[in-house]
Design a protein around this ligand. Structure first.
Ligand code: ADP
Length: 523
């Protein structure tokens, strides 16, 4: 009992290091808003605030057949999307692994001709009539292929690009193991279009798409409200968000004489925040010894500091660093219980030498979800996972409880940090003051005025689309976000109720199709 009390205290202490109290949340929100404004005015700021040249979000009535491709990292996905115009869609998809040798090919042609070939295979397999129809017309010279017969395609390209038009962007550098030097500085849409044309495919690369913008568009098309989505946010391997900004605030674009053409009629533009690098200089972000160590041992110290506290790629590692420290604690070492069995069988906790616990990045963030989701007596799931996935056997109930406490603190902090980004966007865009009289007094179905519930008019809802395994699978991630949002003075519990958060499924495919649609209208 003495050991278990000391251990519980110790775990509480470490967990408390990950506290991110409301005052700190509110300060970070102010800093986030400041950086948003700064990023809209000039280059080289912490929040990049990249103009996307997309000037409208869909409302669910859009119709038509579009194509989308997604070059993200390991796979290349090709799909066609039929938008039914009633917030629903159907999607046909194929996926192929990118051969390693093409990721480091000598010329970009090798990679891009492979991509075009996949588009051709897809058309033959799923749009046979269309494919052979246009091919035949070309061969017989029976008139040209008309505009309507050409598929507009949205190209999701998840590498850093300097976008200068809706379907024009120069590759800045490769990441994720790609390295094809002659592509750097070139327009990736043009590279793909050239190979598509060589195969005579009836396809036009209409839009270059960032995945967060895709999430925003997909959510706006499918969301229940009619007002359009404000923000699309990803909480997966990484984290990022894109939102609808007033065009006249994007001064670095509107005052740039070299900027490409865009539709000014809506008075709005979607801006890609690149918020993974919010507060790289650590003015307001929490910074534990575990954060410091994770950063120092990462490939990009000092960069993506927000992402390193929020996203799936890093949370498991934060937990690992904290656990390793506790294991090495001389006073009450974790996992050193010599009588850990719950019944009378004597057994000692064993950490195998090859346990992933000893390796950098050894703990996957999905383990945090296991911890947060295990409410069984004695934390059976958690202990089983430690045994099965992490080679740590016969963990005592007290040790498991300590792990659960610390993992929970890391997950909660990530969600509260996510609330900083969401809250800052909601406040800075002024959506909260755009109220049509927030509440209605008449009772609507599903509400109970006696319990203080009031229906909020649809036009007063602020819609946020999210995607990524963390927000989808981490238990109560949204609840933690909401608790933090309520505590932000400018939002409060009234404002928090007006924020509707929904998962945007198939964001990259549908979103890219919708951007191709918008782009087609402009062109
Ligand atoms: P991506 O962002 O690469 O498109 P995902 O949205 O699936 O893909 O995110 C993958 C990340 O989510 C990985 O870092 C992984 O560790 C983490 N992850 C996977 N499953 C879970 C889970 N159940 N709970 C929390 N995080 C998870």
């Amino acid at each position: 009992p003495a050991r278990s009390m000391a251990l519980a205290d110790q775990a509480k202490r470490v967990a408390a290091e990950f506290d991110f109290e409301q005052d700190a949340v509110n300060q970070a929100v102010n800093e986030f808003i400041r950086e948003m404004d700064e990023g809209l005015q000039k280059e080289g700021t912490e929040l990049s605030q990249i103009p996307t040249y997309v000037t409208a979000v869909p409302n669910g009535t859009e119709k038509g057949l579009y194509m989308a491709v997604d070059l993200g990292g390991t796979n290349f996905r090709v799909c066609s999307i039929q938008l039914h115009g009633n917030t629903t869609f159907s999607l046909t998809q194929s996926k192929v692994a990118i051969p390693r040798e093409l990721m480091v090919a000598k010329t970009s042609k090798e990679l891009f001709s492979f991509l075009a070939k996949q588009i051709e295979l897809f058309l033959k397999a799923h749009h046979e009539e269309h494919y052979y129809g246009t091919l035949k017309k070309r061969e017989t010279g029976a008139g040209g292929v008309s505009e309507e017969e050409i598929f507009n395609l949205g190209f999701t390209f998840s590498f850093p690009v300097n976008q200068i038009g809706i379907n024009k962007g120069m590759l800045m550098r490769w990441t994720k193991g790609f390295d094809i030097q002659d592509a750097v500085g070139k327009d990736v849409c043009a590279l793909l279009q050239a190979e598509i044309d060589e195969l005579h495919l009836p396809v036009k690369v209409a839009a270059l798409v960032n995945d967060t913008v895709g999430t925003l568009m997909a959510r706006s098309y499918t969301s229940p409200g009619k007002t359009g989505t404000l923000l699309g946010a990803i909480f997966g391997t990484g984290t990022n968000g894109a939102y609808v900004e007033k065009l006249d605030k994007v001064t670095k674009l509107t005052q740039d004489k070299n900027a490409g053409d865009y539709d000014k009629s809506t008075g709005e533009m979607i801006v890609n925040t690149e918020w993974g690098s919010f507060d790289n200089s650590l003015r307001t972000l929490p910074n534990t010894p575990y954060d410091v160590e994770l950063d120092q041992r990462s490939v990009n110290p000092g960069i993506q500091m927000f992402e390193k506290r929020v996203s799936g790629m890093f949370l498991g590692e934060l937990l690992r660093l904290a656990l390793v420290k506790l294991i090495k604690d001389p006073a009450v070492p974790l996992f050193a219980d010599d009588n850990s069995a719950s019944n009378d069988v004597h057994s000692t906790t064993q950490i195998h030498d090859n346990s992933p616990l000893w390796k950098q990045w050894g703990i996957d963030t999905s383990f945090l979800s296991v911890c947060a989701g295990d409410s069984s007596p004695g934390l059976r799931m958690l202990r089983q996972t430690l045994d099965k996935d992490y080679d740590i056997s016969a963990v005592s109930a007290e040790d498991a409880e300590a792990v659960r406490e610390i993992a929970g603190a890391i997950g909660r902090r990530a969600a509260r940090l996510s609330a900083v980004a969401i809250g800052a966007v909601v406040i800075s865009t002024g959506r909260l003051s755009k109220s049509a009289g927030t509440t209605t007094t008449e009772q609507k179905s599903g509400t109970d005025p006696s319990r203080g519930e009031v229906e909020i008019a649809d036009e007063d809802m602020i819609d946020v689309g999210v995607d990524g395994s963390l927000v989808e699978f981490y238990p109560n991630f949204e609840d933690h976000i909401r608790t933090a949002l309520r505590g932000i003075p400018e939002i409060g519990s009234q404002g928090e109720k007006r924020i509707r958060i929904g998962i945007a499924k198939d964001g990259s495919g549908v979103g890219a199709a919708l951007i191709a649609l918008v782009a087609g209208k402009v062109a």
